[in-house]
Design a protein around this ligand. Sequence first.
Ligand SMILES: Nc1ncnc2c1ncn2[C@@H]1O[C@H](COP(=O)(O)OP(=O)(O)OP(=O)(O)O)[C@@H](O)[C@H]1O
Length: 243
Amino acid sequence: MAPAPCIALVAATKRYGPRPVLDAVNLSVAQGAFVSILGESGCGKTTLLRVLAGLEPLDSGRLALFGEPATDGPRLLLAPHRRSLGFLFQDLALWPHLTVRQHLAFGLEVRRMDRIPERTADMLGLLAIEDLAGRYPQQLSGGQQQLVALGRSLVVNPKLLLMDEPLANLDVRRKSHIRNLIKTIATQRQLTVVYVTHDHREAFALSDRIAVMERGRIIEEGSPDELRRSTNPLVRAFIEPDG
Ligand SMILES: Nc1ncnc2c1ncn2[C@@H]1O[C@H](COP(=O)(O)OP(=O)(O)OP(=O)(O)O)[C@@H](O)[C@H]1O
């Protein structure tokens, strides 16, 4: 039997006002897949991630994670900390009073995981930030802060990683460094990744699958090759903005 999809979202609808921000969204993501959600500002990408993380209930529709019911309409059946996921949101939310090492150790302590010093040291090494371990966020560059936030989301060994524009605000060199790092770690650990971006180049470079969102709906979903061949004018306009 095929393993349950990592994410099975069915008819997810969410309103803050009269117009739905998520409008009957269906999304199925296989375990180990790297999926980008591509769409313009305000189309509902962040809201979708928040629903997956369990930070937002739905008005209607349902979500299962790894075959386990997680959200059923307004009811959260699995709390965020029980969803085996890591997230990296646009606002990095680093804590001014914690050092880099303490940021990495924090999630391990909360989850009462073992071997905290070893796991912390391994993550510092993987991200090549050992020399920053004793620094506070205000003593780090933007790119270094981004690495700390990435480390904090990965150190707890999530099965699913949710990323909301993790490369925004970085210069080209740092962008490419962190993008390669994310892809390598995701492949090595067979992580399932949902990666939100409005940059089609990023989505095509990283993903196995891309879902294009427009006004709260997924208007097309497929492999990068399938999307390149799409005849949907909205999709074409999005992937060829200059063409
Ligand atoms: N808590 C909220 N209350 C009211 N409206 C909200 C709330 N959160 C989001 N919205 C609205 O829902 C819509 C979708 O927002 P969302 O943040 O999901 O979009 P997005 O695609 O992630 O945009 P961006 O790329 O700019 O981050 C927007 O019109 C936004 O103003």
